[in-house]
Design a protein around this ligand. Structure first.
Ligand code: GLU
Length: 433
């Protein structure tokens, strides 16, 4: 993917990176941010590309490409997930790492932004292949990982098991145990009670806060959730528990629609059923009284009040945004709306709660896990959830108030707050970070 300079600004052919750059420049210009700071923050501090050779089950060796990017360490160690995906690139990781910088800054937590990934089809790998791949990747990025340097976490198609493989490998290399080097670990192994649901809980909190501000009764709200991975599934469950009607859920097998309400608890049983197989799938869920629509993206266009896009980037774009019926769009995935898509939504009078505000529950929850690990003391789940909800609600309301006051979108408001915290610290510390 090629980088270009347009009017003195960095641009990219990569959709995720270019979206991150354009959103950043838009807000930075509005803030009259110093050009030097703009240039510094347009590039990652460090990007490590690694090869990941894996001995496959049939004995042949396959080499995967892996990446770890640290966009900024201005506020503290870089923080962000590691994704396994067939199309992940270094440029994707650069864009996503930048987004993590803003997410951590806006979230009020002491981290910079990072992201990593391996370009692979995780559903085509056996457990042993995945283990070997995770361990080799861990070994190759080990020099830049650590509790005070860069703290990875799960992301698309990774979870507690992958974190344990990576951590175990790095601990063996450095010769001591260091649980705070990454987060999203299983609860029984230095993880935090509440972390699994944390991103969904944060999204549900944004939805409920928005309903409060708009005087909407949750029990009268119809909600569609696109994507039923960790983020989408808990968002749907928690909103249902708050009284809302979930009218659509979806995954790669299609969209499952019921205007009278989906049985979300039952959908979880489908995931459990398939957890031992490769991939977590809702196939057959139409048997539970739902209409099945063809694609994962059909959930974006059903009749509803609130839409939570929780799958992948770029799905609400210049071709699809005009089909969105929801008045409120709360972004669970990273970058689900392109800048062109957002203009269409804004022009139609819709309110978009941006990804790095709405889905920050994950990384805020990671911060709680890291803090517990450093202290060697675990909190109760109740304590964890209470702190998470209160921080998410506080951040949401701050962004909302600024957006209303300055008559800007929530994304612009969130960007300005996030960039300000980082740029103030860069200015304070000097450019040679
Ligand atoms: N992968 C999640 C995100 O994109 C969590 C990152 C973390 O906990 O470090 O926000």
């Amino acid at each position: 993917m090629a980088d270009r300079i347009v009017d003195g600004r960095r641009r990219s052919d990569n959709l995720i990176l270019d979206t991150a750059l354009r959103d950043f420049y838009g807000a930075a210009d509005e803030m009259h941010l110093d050009e030097g700071l703009i240039s510094i923050l347009s590039y990652p501090e460090r990007r490590v590309d690694v090869s990941v050779p894996v001995e496959m089950e049939d004995g042949h060796v396959k080499v995967f490409k892996g990446y770890r990017v640290q966009h900024s360490t201005a506020l503290g160690p870089s923080k962000g997930g590691i994704r396994y995906s067939a199309d992940v690139t270094g440029a994707d990781c650069e864009g996503l790492a930048m987004l993590m910088t803003w997410k951590c800054s806006l979230g009020g937590i002491p981290y910079g932004g990072g992201k990593g990934g391996i370009c692979c089809d995780p559903t085509a790998l056996t457990m042993r292949e995945k283990e070997r791949m995770s361990r080799t990747f861990g070994a190759r990025i080990a020099p830049i990982i650590g509790r005070w340097n860069d703290v990875p976490a799960p992301d698309m198609y990774t979870g507690g098991q992958e974190m344990v493989w990576i951590m175990d490998t790095i601990c063996k290399m450095v010769g001591h145990f260091e649980p705070a080097m990454l987060t999203g670990k299983p609860v029984d192994y230095w993880g935090a009670k509440g972390r699994t649901e944390a991103t969904g809980r944060g999204l549900a909190t944004c939805g409920l806060e928005l309903m409060k501000l708009k005087g909407l009764d949750p029990s009268k709200m119809k909600i569609a959730v696109q994507g039923f991975g960790n983020v989408g599934s808990y968002t749907a469950l928690l909103l249902k528990q708050a009284g809302a009607t979930i009218v659509a859920i979806s995954d790669t097998t299609g969209t499952y629609y019921n205007p009278n309400g989906i049985n979300v608890e039952k959908a979880f049983e489908y995931l459990d059923r398939d957890a031992k197989k490769r991939g977590r799938k809702l196939s057959g869920f139409e048997k539970e009284g739902c209409e099945k629509l063809d694609s994962v993206n059909d959930a974006l266009f059903v009749d509803c009040d609130f839409l939570f896009p929780c799958a992948v980037q770029g799905v609400i774009n210049e071709n699809s945004a005009n089909k969105v019926k929801a008045k409120y769009v709360i972004e669970g995935a990273n970058s689900p709306t392109t800048p062109e898509g957002e203009i269409i939504l804004n022009d139609a009078g819709k309110i978009v709660v941006p990804d790095f505000l709405a889905n920050a529950g994950g990384v805020i929850g990671s911060y709680f896990e890291w803090a517990q690990n450093l202290q060697g003391f675990s909190w109760t789940e109740e304590d964890y959830n209470k702190r998470l909800v209160s921080l998410m609600a506080e951040n949401f309301n701050k962004v909302w108030a600024y957006a209303m006051d300055k008559k800007v979108t929530m994304r612009r408001s969130a960007y300005i707050a996030a960039i300000k915290r980082v740029s103030d610290i860069v200015a304070l510390r000097g450019v040679y970070l």
